[in-house]
Write a protein that binds this ligand. Structure first.
Ligand code: PMP
Length: 381
């Protein structure tokens, strides 16, 4: 036996666990991690090079610890697109929204405290909870993957969580959450912790730019315990940049600074993100194309005979594949045809990210062939 993780003095709650790991396989069509399929446009690549060159001249110095210019531009973007005015002191940025979530959990949860999410949802909410020593509570979702306020409220009342995650649009199901649901759960979370400073409710809007509905950002008005988290990984087509941000009451922004590492956002990251924000309009143009492609995927998958969950995101959940391991089998069959989709472990369902029209055609061709094979088999049986 070779020396392994379990021979090290790791924390008990990490023993026997697996790290986050969407397969990074070398296949022609990769539609498995909800990335934007469009490379950044060449003028933006040039602008990034220019801004990074400028930043490089000062790399002997630590970067702006408070990322003031970047947060100002992010606030301007939110104000313009989310229908609610936010300013520098409402916005905080970090290395991906994963780091934003980690900072929130380090600040408002941690050992002796708990967080809840309504599953299936983004698995990192639970994994980052574990990494920060936070107890994780798996809340329920309905058959149609929406959140039932009464059922969710009952679990909140029972467990009195310190942090509540509401992902809208949700990953991996694609379903959006109504503002009324968020408001009801916010109230439930505060009254469950009555007599304390309450609970933090994090609305994870990583995919909101692809939604049919407006952002839930305006709900932060008058609700200092409500936080909206965002990312440049999806709509801005910049997953490799690692830039996430949040909008909330200025007190939340002050609070997360208690746990952030000094100079956590490199000068190169800040320069690159600022360049991307200069090209917002072009990048949002790609988002419109992806929304059209997403709707096409929904329509065509239904026409082929699959069940499809309503999607407000840049991906589509489809099924149903009945029987133990059936979804994984179909995942493998699609992969055998050169297309990588995602098996998130939701029994009976797979998820496909909207790619370029050609990538989506390749995917649709693969699943059409599979469906045809299946019906031929059924007829000859
Ligand atoms: N939230 C959700 C719901 C996600 O699906 C993802 C990425 N897949 C993230 C947050 C994290 O994104 P990033 O760290 O790239 O900003």
């Amino acid at each position: 036996m070779t020396f392994g993780i379990d021979d090290l003095p790791i924390r008990d709650e990490l023993r026997g666990k697996s790290p986050y790991g969407a397969p990074q396989l070398d296949v022609p069509v990769r539609l498995n991690t909800n990335e934007n399929p469009y490379p950044l446009p060449e003028p933006l690549v040039e602008r990034i090079a220019e801004r990074v060159r400028e930043a490089a001249r000062e790399l002997n110095r630590y970067p702006d610890r408070d990322a003031v210019e970047l947060r100002t531009e992010l606030a301007r973007y939110l104000t313009r697109t989310a229908g609610y005015e936010v300013a520098l002191d409402n916005v905080w940025a970090a290395n991906g929204s994963n780091e934003v979530i980690q900072q929130l959990l380090q600040t408002f949860a941690g050992p002796g405290r708990t967080a809840i999410g309504f599953e299936p949802s983004y698995s990192m909410h639970g994994l980052i909870s574990r990494g920060t020593g936070t107890g994780w509570i798996s809340g329920p979702r309905g058959e149609d993957f929406t959140i039932d306020v009464a059922a969710a409220g009952a679990v909140i009342a029972e467990h009195r969580p310190d942090v509540v995650f509401i992902t809208s649009p949700n990953n991996p199901t694609g379903t959006a959450v109504e503002a009324d649901t968020v408001l009801a759960l916010y109230e439930a979370a505060q009254s469950a912790r009555a007599g304390t400073a309450g609970a933090i409710v994090v609305v994870d809007e990583a995919y909101v730019e692809f939604s049919h509905r407006p952002s839930l950002l305006p709900l932060i008005e008058g609700r200092p315990n409500l936080v909206v988290s965002r990312t440049m990984s999806k709509a801005f087509g910049a997953a490799g940049l690692r830039l996430g941000y949040l909008a909330a009451h200025p007190a939340v922004v002050d609070a997360v600074q208690l746990v952030r590492l000094p100079y956590h956002l490199s000068a190169v990251t800040q320069a690159t993100a600022l360049a991307a924000l200069e090209h917002t309009d072009t990048l949002l143009g790609y988002v419109e194309q992806l929304k059209t492609e997403r709707d096409r995927l929904v329509g065509e998958l239904r026409a082929i005979g699959y069940e499809v969950t309503e999607s407000d995101a840049n991906f589509v959940q489809f099924g149903r594949f009945d029987g133990e391991g059936a979804a994984h089998e179909v995942w493998q069959q699609i992969l055998d045809r050169g297309v990588l989709v995602r098996d998130n472990g939701v029994p009976g369902w797979l998820r496909v990210t909207a790619g370029t029209p050609a990538e989506n055609d390749a995917f649709l061709e693969a699943v059409r062939a599979l469906m045809k094979e299946r019906s031929e088999k059924e007829q000859s049986a």
